[in-house]
Design a binder for this molecule. Structure first.
Ligand SMILES: O=P(O)(O)OC[C@H]1O[C@H](OP(=O)(O)OP(=O)(O)O)[C@H](O)[C@@H]1O
Ligand SMILES: O=c1cc[nH]c(=O)[nH]1
Length: 170
């Protein structure tokens, strides 16, 4: 059975805090670009970009990334590359996803980013870090650390896609 563990208000506050941390770490927003991992990472990335616009008056591009063909368990379609419509050379990339678990999605996303250019830096922002990493990957900005059992599943709901905000465990 699904149980809500983070409500809409708390989720929005976590995203606001991440936005301030991004500004602080980057000493502003110059040269930033957001790469959002489909599906919900794109909506989270867009929310962060909207807040950055409000706070700093800057329009930060949000690049949607589908990592399906970069996964190490998708050998059949490996080699199909995703191409960005924004030049990322020398940009400071904020890579955004909803949940960080084994780290395999982020590893694949880093491959896709490097196929598209040479950014100055890549930082990782996730709404939820649920632990159980299988690779040496960590997030620079974390909305909520939620300890889980491997058998559990975290689900992030976003207004834009799911009709309402919130984080559930099942
Ligand atoms: O760290 P990892 O073990 O790679 O797990 C994290 C990824 O898993 C989820 O996607 P999922 O593949 O469940 O698809 P979904 O986005 O459709 O839920 C989530 O959106 C992350 O992208
Ligand atoms: O619990 C999990 C694990 C991977 N991806 C999710 O969205 N939730």
């Amino acid at each position: 059975m699904a149980k809500e563990i983070v409500d809409a208000m708390a989720m929005q506050r976590a995203l606001t805090r991440i936005t301030y941390e991004i500004i602080e770490k980057n000493k502003g927003v110059t040269n930033l670009a957001i790469v959002g991992i489909k599906t919900r990472g794109v909506f989270i990335g867009q929310r962060i970009a909207d807040r950055l616009q409000q706070l700093e008056g800057a329009t930060i591009p949000v690049i949607p990334l589908d990592i399906t063909h970069y996964r190490d368990d998708d050998a059949e379609r490996a080699g199909e590359k995703s191409s960005f419509n924004v030049d990322i050379d020398n940009k400071r990339i904020i890579l955004v996803d909803d949940v960080l678990f084994t780290g395999r999605t982020i590893r694949a996303a880093l491959d896709a980013i490097m196929d598209n250019g040479r950014p100055a830096a890549v930082n990782l922002a996730v709404l939820v870090d649920r632990g159980h990493r299988e690779l040496p990957i960590r997030a620079d900005f974390v909305g909520k650390n939620i300890p889980t059992a491997t058998s559990e599943k975290i689900r992030v709901n976003m207004k834009e896609f799911d009709g309402q905000d919130g984080i559930e465990i099942r």
